[in-house]
Write a protein that binds this ligand. Structure first.
Ligand SMILES: [Zn+2]
Length: 641
């Protein structure tokens, strides 16, 4: 906070002088343009001109070409292909005119399968394929480099035991099993990717705490398969053999390399022993397609599970009974190099204030949505900013861009980079703008309003994000703001258009590369992306075919994302005074506290009046800081009661 207040006050004095000087000149020779939060009128005019030039550069054809390149082969972390792509990005950024292009290497604990198997040995014999089917329509599905089923950081192990179905694998599910007299100690627990959602690494820790010997997590068609709509290759949902790979690291305990908790895995760094690493699972685990899980479920003969535990397969889901299986997981868990690619355009006036952009590069297989849609949008963004620079533009602040590695494992590349440069980042980082999946939905099934724009942001940046969306073009040709309001009304099934304050999700969880910057370094972050029907997450079907036939055939959404990402970056980089709205931040804090009180019935047990009062002070002070911005927020940032 100190940094920003200082920056705001210093910039205020400079900005005020500039504003006075320029606005006198402006009155004579420049037509008035729409104001921009944080910009003097003259600078707003120049910014609008720059943004118009910027928005005309990104092209859907180029985005499609980038996407094709990045999804040509599977490219998980620590693979040869992912390392080639790092070199490719570095070379492209140099060609695009970016400065100080560097490859940062981290030696981290990595995890990949040597061999995996699952057999049912009673009441009948069945061997799970642990593989996904090829389709003639999509030759990429025949690529032999695609992995079998596995979970990153699963323990190795060989377990033969009874199978128990534990619904979503959350603590309350085990409570219900206990009530029914069923223990999972020493058993193989079968759970599903679930609604309500819980992270697979949380399911793993819960199973371990309950004393299970092994864990299987399968994709029920109720969540992402035929129940939702047409399946691949005819539609966006997951076919019978699709497998949701993923990591099961306890990265909510220790993010990044499990063997360097709190410091960077630069070459030569100290690493703790594996036995001391708190984020490593201790039991073997495997992800399953529903086709591989079905024989296990339908051969149980024990008590019937309750209605809300039943999935979409046409069988009766039971707690347990008669099914015995043999799971064998042999993992190669060893030190491997990860590479973060970094580049910048130095700021002309405030080079020590950084606006950071980032996207991860590694994918479980081809990464059609996750992350190569984001990578394609990023490459169009760096190409466009590079072109503006070659036309003579230099931002006031420095723009830094990073291609992260090993996000899928434990948010590893961004965490290690954040740890390596923590001192600089705490002083210099204005904001981090993350794009993981730029287009995680099917435009072909989205209906007339199109895909949903679903950003999240710290509340202090929410007003500037909404304001910026008014000037960004959506694929429909309308402003992104209009498209956003329409899809948000559709998705919430509301009868009235949302307030501006209801558009941005300000409750930011973990799950992507913004984590180290927000949760460990305390810097403001924004996540951007479009969402819609998407059932092939982390499977081999998340590929170029899915994106170019089903997801975003025109690649217009990729470009729309490039535009909003670039506009937000340019506004943060060029503003006279950084457009943070701490009044909005205070209002969000009050809302969070109110929700906390309601949900936990805190009011009767704890007097939080002082905290409410301090938040009110903060909100008031935040709003009065806002009033010194050259343009103050015009809309009140209120929440519905
Ligand atoms: Zn991702």
């Amino acid at each position: 906070m100190g940094f920003f207040l200082r920056t705001i006050l210093l910039s205020f004095v400079a900005g005020l002088l500039l504003t006075l000087a320029l606005s006198a000149q402006l009155k004579q020779d420049v037509a008035p343009t729409a104001p921009i939060l944080g910009f003097s009128p003259a600078h707003a005019t120049a910014e609008h001109q720059l943004e118009t030039a910027f928005q005309s550069i990104p092209s859907p054809e180029k985005a499609s070409d980038w996407h094709h390149t990045f999804t040509a082969e599977p490219h998980p972390a620590a693979s040869e292909r992912n390392s080639q792509l790092a070199d490719f990005i570095a070379a492209e950024w140099r060609k695009q005119g970016w400065e100080d292009v560097a490859l940062r290497r981290y030696d981290v604990l990595h995890s990949r399968p040597r061999s995996v198997s699952l057999e049912m040995i009673a009441p009948i014999a069945f061997t799970a394929s642990l593989r996904e089917d090829a389709y003639d329509a999509d030759p990429d599905t025949k690529n032999s480099a695609v992995s079998s089923s596995y979970f990153g950081y699963s323990a190795s192990g060989d377990v033969t035991a009874e199978v128990v179905y534990a619904h979503s694998g959350n603590p309350e599910d085990y409570d219900l099993l206990r009530k029914n007299g069923i223990s999972v100690k020493g058993k193989i627990v079968l759970v599903r990717y679930s609604n309500p959602y819980s992270y697979r690494g949380f399911k793993a820790l819960t199973a371990e705490r309950e004393g299970a010997a092994a864990l299987l997590i399968y994709s029920d068609p109720a969540e992402d398969g035929f129940t939702r709509g047409k399946v691949f290759p005819d539609g966006p949902w997951g076919p019978e053999s699709h497998i949701q790979r993923g990591a099961i690291t306890y990265d909510y305990i220790v993010p990044g390399d499990p063997t360097t908790p709190g410091w960077a895995s630069v070459p030569g760094a100290k690493h703790i022993a594996l036995e001391e690493a708190r984020s490593l699972p201790k039991i073997p685990a495997l992800p399953l397609s529903w086709r591989d899980a079905k024989p296990l479920i339908e051969n149980m003969n024990g008590p019937e599970a309750p209605k809300d535990w039943q999935g979409a397969l046409p069988i009766t889901y039971r707690f347990t009974g008669a099914v015995k299986a043999h799971v064998k997981v042999d993992m190669d868990t060893s030190m491997q190099p990860y590479t973060v690619v970094e580049a910048r355009i130095h700021g002309g006036e405030l080079p020590d204030e950084w606006v950071l952009l980032g996207n991860h590069r590694d994918a479980w297989a081809f990464g059609g949505v996750d992350p190569s849609s984001g990578t394609a949008s990023m490459m169009e963004l760096t190409r466009s900013l590079g072109e503006l620079k070659q036309r003579g533009m230099r931002p006031r602040r420095t723009i830094v861009v990073c291609s992260w590695d090993g996000e899928e494992y434990a948010l590893t590349g961004s965490t290690e980079w954040g740890e390596q440069f923590a001192d600089d980042l705490k002083k210099k980082l204005v904001a981090y703008l993350n794009v993981d999946e730029s287009v995680a939905g099917a435009a072909t099934t989205a209906g007339p309003e199109g895909l949903s724009f679903a950003p999240s942001a710290v509340a202090s940046l929410a007003p500037m994000l909404v304001e910026t969306s008014r000037d960004a073009r959506a694929p429909s040709g309308k402003s992104l703001y209009e498209a956003w309001r329409a899809t948000s009304m559709r998705d919430s099934k509301a009868s009235v258009r949302p307030l501006d304050s209801e558009l941005v999700e300000t409750r930011i969880g973990s799950g992507s590369d913004h984590t180290v910057f927000l949760n460990h370094l305390g810097r403001p972050v924004i996540n951007l992306g479009f969402t819609g029907d998407y059932g092939v997450y982390h499977s081999m079907y998340d590929d170029h075919y899915w994106m170019s036939r089903i997801g975003d055939p025109t690649f217009e959404y990729h470009v729309a994302l490039t535009r909003i990402w670039g506009l937000v970056a340019l506004r943060l980089a060029n503003a006279d005074i950084l457009p943070f709205d701490f009044g909005a931040n205070g209002a969000a804090l009050e809302k969070f506290l109110h929700e906390l009180e309601q949900k936990n019935k805190l009011k009767s047990r704890l007097n939080l009046n002082k905290l409410h009062a301090r938040i009110a002070d903060f909100e008031k002070a935040g709003s009065s800081i806002c009033s010194i911005l050259p343009v103050t927020p015009t809309r009140t940032w209120n929440f519905r009661a």
